[in-house]
Write a protein that binds this ligand. Structure first.
Ligand code: ZN
Length: 220
């Protein structure tokens, strides 16, 4: 049985590494932590396709009460904080450098600030943990090669592999933060005109439009 309640998680970043850092977000009422318990971590990983329903069931039944799961949660938060700081640093530098395309001739070495260096160190630390195995499967005709955790110690290494792809797979000029200053959500802009400004229209875009409309309607 798939876990219930996973719809509280948000997947709007177009990349699992960025969705991961969005598990702590700023809402109107203040910061919201979506990974409060080891079960939250498992549920998020299931909802984000990092573990299968079968793996989730095994973990829930056999791992949840183990101390290693509490450690996995602490490690996940440590990894998340490091990657979040690195992404924020990259976004800030991008904003300082100006619009897309301008930084092409900049030396690649100075693109990596302290937070990026630190995040890479921590990602590599977790990816060096030998608790991840791979499985080839063919369900309903689709071949799939998927890494999976051999035990609770393998969960954060699975996330670290996805986080590493933020650096290898993405054009960092298109990693953005929501334009709403009070919103902390990040995303990868895959829109055709590369002009995505909001985490989502529902969460921030419509609110901003409404506020603008309201300002216009108000007599000054
Ligand atoms: Zn937003």
């Amino acid at each position: 049985m798939p876990p219930i309640g996973t719809d509280r998680f948000i997947f709007l970043a177009n990349h699992p590494g960025l969705d991961f850092i969005n598990t702590r977000m700023i809402k109107k009422q203040g910061p919201v932590e979506l990974l409060e318990t080891p079960r939250d971590l498992l549920q998020w990983m299931f909802a984000g396709y990092l573990i299968t329903a079968g793996d989730y069931a095994i973990a829930e039944q056999h791992w949840l009460d183990r101390q290693a799961m509490a450690e996995a949660l602490a490690d996940a938060l440590r990894l998340r904080d490091a990657v979040k700081k690195a992404v924020e640093e990259m976004i800030l530098r991008q904003e300082q450098e100006g619009p897309v395309g301008k930084s092409a001739d900049q030396s690649k070495d100075d693109m990596n600030g302290d937070e990026v260096v630190q995040a890479v160190r921590i990602i590599n630390e977790y990816m060096a943990v030998p608790a991840v195995l791979s499985r080839l499967s063919c369900e309903t005709g689709d071949w799939r090669l998927q890494d999976y955790a051999a035990g609770p110690e393998g969960l954060v290494p699975l996330i670290a592999r996805q986080a590493s792809r933020v650096f290898t797979d993405l054009d960092r000029r298109l990693i953005k933060k929501c334009r709403n200053e009070k919103c902390s959500l990040c995303f990868y802009d895959i829109s055709k005109n590369q002009a995505r400004a909001w985490c989502s229209m529902d969460l921030c875009g419509n609110r901003a439009k409404a506020a603008k409309h309201y300002q216009r309607e108000m007599p000054s």
